[in-house]
Write a protein that binds this ligand. Structure first.
Ligand code: ZN
Ligand code: ZN
Length: 350
């Protein structure tokens, strides 16, 4: 009798514990809301972007951007797109690094692009913008038919209107998925096939489901629009394969919640660069060690590195992020073979 009571009590406690866990995960994936000032925010509130003592010297160093050597930038293997075009209706999943956070991904006969940028300078004033060290790995005209595009947020290195206009003109049926508050910008640029989603929302798109998910980041495109539009990560889930793209993000509890609800992922694209100076970047950009921790939280079998070596955005040496990423994968148990550092233009199956 006593053991029956004990088992009953134990199952009750386990049920309560599981409920609390699920509740926490649901909370972490809840929709983001505009506050009374018309701004979105992160669950932890305003991000710490460092004091003026860190930011002013950083901005001054950025002015010297044209004199920085491209030594240590990623290798590039030109890709003529023929393999990707041949694979467009096949079910073999592939990923191709175009540079920065831009990938061509193929899952279940669907081809999509992440944060596509083909421009040389991600900036409202190109003459003063950060330089591109390595040209894109594949030309836009060599791409297979693009079913859809995911955009993580409106920073110029992720939302590149000239590229988006070219893609929309190339194929009007390409769908552009953006986080809430970004559709207006695309429509004002003449791009009409836009679907706006909030965190936790999803859409069936051909053979895959596209999930809009949180990140810990922010948005800004002009002097007055800080956080007026939302930022996001995306999961694309097919019948046999699951892919995740983290956009830009600091390390946050959302990774565990996403891994719990939608993992395990076959492949997760995680940013590993733009982390120095740390006092300014930590809340909104993971470093390579945090990138590996995020991949483990997401229950990703493999993590592919992005957001490094392409544009001159921050203080770390160009070849530091991939070195630290591989070392961290070894140290934290992801395994070096599961930490992918692609060449720009390289295609890999997953
Ligand atoms: Zn950003
Ligand atoms: Zn970025």
């Amino acid at each position: 009798m006593r053991s029956v009571v004990a088992i009953g009590l134990l199952s009750f406690l386990i049920a309560v514990w599981a409920q609390t866990g699920n509740g926490r995960a649901e909370q972490a994936l809840a929709e983001a809301e505009l506050n009374e000032r018309g701004k979105f925010s992160n669950p932890i509130g305003d991000l710490d972007k460092g004091g003026l003592d860190v930011r002013v010297p950083f901005m001054l160093r950025r002015l010297g951007t044209y004199f920085r050597s491209s030594e240590g930038a990623p290798e590039r293997v030109p890709n003529d797109g023929s393999l990707l075009r041949a694979n467009a209706t096949d079910t073999t999943p592939t990923i191709t690094w175009v540079g920065h956070s831009t990938f061509v991904v193929q899952i279940g006969g669907v081809t999509f692009l992440t944060d596509p940028i083909w421009s040389n300078t991600p900036s409202p004033v190109p003459a003063f913008g950060p330089r591109r060290f390595v040209p894109p790995g594949i030309a836009i005209e060599d791409l297979p038919t693009i079913d859809f595009v995911t955009i993580s947020h409106n920073h110029y290195d992720h939302l590149d209107l000239p590229t988006l206009r070219t893609l929309a003109a190339r194929d009007p049926s390409t769908v552009f998925f953006v986080p809430e508050g970004n559709a207006r910008l695309l429509r004002s640029a003449g791009i009409s096939n836009v679907t706006e989603l909030n965190w936790g929302q999803r859409v069936e798109q051909g053979a895959v489901t596209v999930h809009c998910l949180p990140t810990q980041h922010w948005s800004k495109r002009s002097l007055t629009d800080t956080n007026a539009s939302l930022w996001a990560s995306w999961a694309v889930i097919g019948a046999d394969h699951r892919f995740y793209h983290a956009g830009d993000t600091g390390y946050f509890p959302g990774f565990k919640a996403i891994g719990k609800r939608l993992g395990p992922f076959d492949l997760a694209a995680i940013p590993i660069g733009a982390y120095r100076p740390r006092a300014m970047m930590k809340s909104s950009h993971v470093n390579p060690e945090e990138a590996v921790a995020a991949a483990l939280d997401l229950r990703a079998e493999a993590a592919v590195a992005m957001h490094f070596g392409t544009f001159d955005l921050s203080d770390e040496a160009l070849n530091e992020p991939p070195k630290r990423f591989l070392q961290a994968a070894k140290d934290q148990g992801l395994g070096e073979e599961n930490a992918w550092v692609l060449k720009i233009g390289e295609t890999r199956q997953f």
